[in-house]
Each structure stands twice: as C-alpha cells, then as structure tokens.
Design a protein around this ligand. Sequence first.
Ligand code: PEP
Length: 247
Amino acid sequence: MRKPVIGGNWKMYKDPSGTTAFFESFRPLIEHSGRCETVICPSFLDLETAVAATRGTRIKIGAQNLYWAKEGAFTGEVSGPMIKASGCSHVIVGHSERRRYFGETDESVLKKTVAALDAGLIPIVCVGEREKENAETVLMEQFRYGIGALSDGQFASIVIAYEPVWAIGAGETATPVTAADAHRLIRALARDSFGAEAANNVRILYGGSVKPESAKGLMAQPEIDGFLIGGASLDPVSFASIVNLEL
Ligand code: PEP
C-alpha cells in the first residue's frame, strides 16, 4: 500500500514568528495521526525555525525550490546539500509558479530533481496543464522530459504532484474523477518508462485548491495518494483537519 503524503506549500507566506505560531497550534492537533506522512514546505528563511519546531515529531520539513549546483557563484540560489544540512527531508521541484514566473523548464526540473536526490532529499516533482483541454499532451511532455530520463533507482525515490494550473489558488478544484483520470495517465506513463512495480509504488499527489470540504472526496479515489496544498496549509486547523481525515 502507498502511504499517503499530505504536503503544505506555504509559498511566500509567514516569517519565523508566524512559523513558530503555526507549529504551536498544529503539533497537538495532529499528535495522533499516523495514517499519512506530513510535509510542510516553508520559505527558505523559515526552514530552520520549522525544523526546530518539529524536532521529535513525525512532521517533515521541505524547501520549495533548489538550485542544481552543489555550491558556487550563483547569487541568490540555495543548493540541495544546504537544504539537507538545514534538516529538511523534502523539496518541491518544478512548481507551476516556478515554471510560470521564473522560467523553469522540463530540463531544469530534471536537473533539480537529480540534484535533490544526490543531496539525499525527496523531490516532490510537480506536473500539470495550464488549460483543461491540454492535460494529456502536457502531462505526456512534462513526464517524458522532466521525469522519464531518471534512472530506475532515482524514480523509486520521488513523489509526483499533479497540479492542474487552472485549479491552483483559483478556488476551483478538479473533480475527484478528473483528478483520478490524470493520475491514471501519469501512472501509465510511469509504467511505460519504469515498469509496473515502480509505477504501482510511486505516490502521486493532487494539488489545486484542496480544502477540508473537498479533500475527503478526492482521497476516496484509490489513485490519489495525498495532496500538495497551498492556501489551506497556512491555517493549522484547516491543514490538520485534512491530515486527520478518516477514510
Ligand atoms: C500549490 O501551491 O501547490 C497549491 C496547490 O495551492 P492551492 O492549494 O492554494 O491551490
């Protein structure tokens, strides 16, 4: 069975004091939840605060981006080994906002994914179409160039997030059936490139305006192995209610 992952992408919200306050409320709310892996991805500046606030708990911390070089003259960038050394276990790669506003391509997504794995981080690799009608073509292309070139061993260590861009921050969630269809397509692409066992094992998360009200229907789909959540992850009560969902 694939263990669900519930990820929170805080984007460019919260400072260290907001981070501390979040975890003070959040920790007791999810104390008894062991059903899923919980990963919260704050901004770089909040990582150390988040790691300290979650030490000794099951909550994992991830970054939202990395650069592929280990170190060097790359002003403003942060490397995989730096993120790992700060106590993180995960990193988001290729989020649609990075693709859209910061020029990330399938090629850079692949390089960053490999760099994350080399640093001992679990990359949460994001794919997703901008327009509903292009889903199949875009997913095939993003998978082929961004993920398909990984080795079998590398693929076994990634998590994939399907995030249709039209649903992110838009208040419009994909229906459980639409999301599950996209996940099935991604799993079929994984099977073609990496074989049935690897495809069956990879966790595919859904992201795009997931709220406590929509989470249960989505998670009821066997193809959906958890979520990557933006807006609703900023509030400890909302996020905890998703982490604690009983299925
Ligand atoms: C995201 O940022 O990955 C995301 C899915 O955001 P939201 O939940 O706010 O749509």
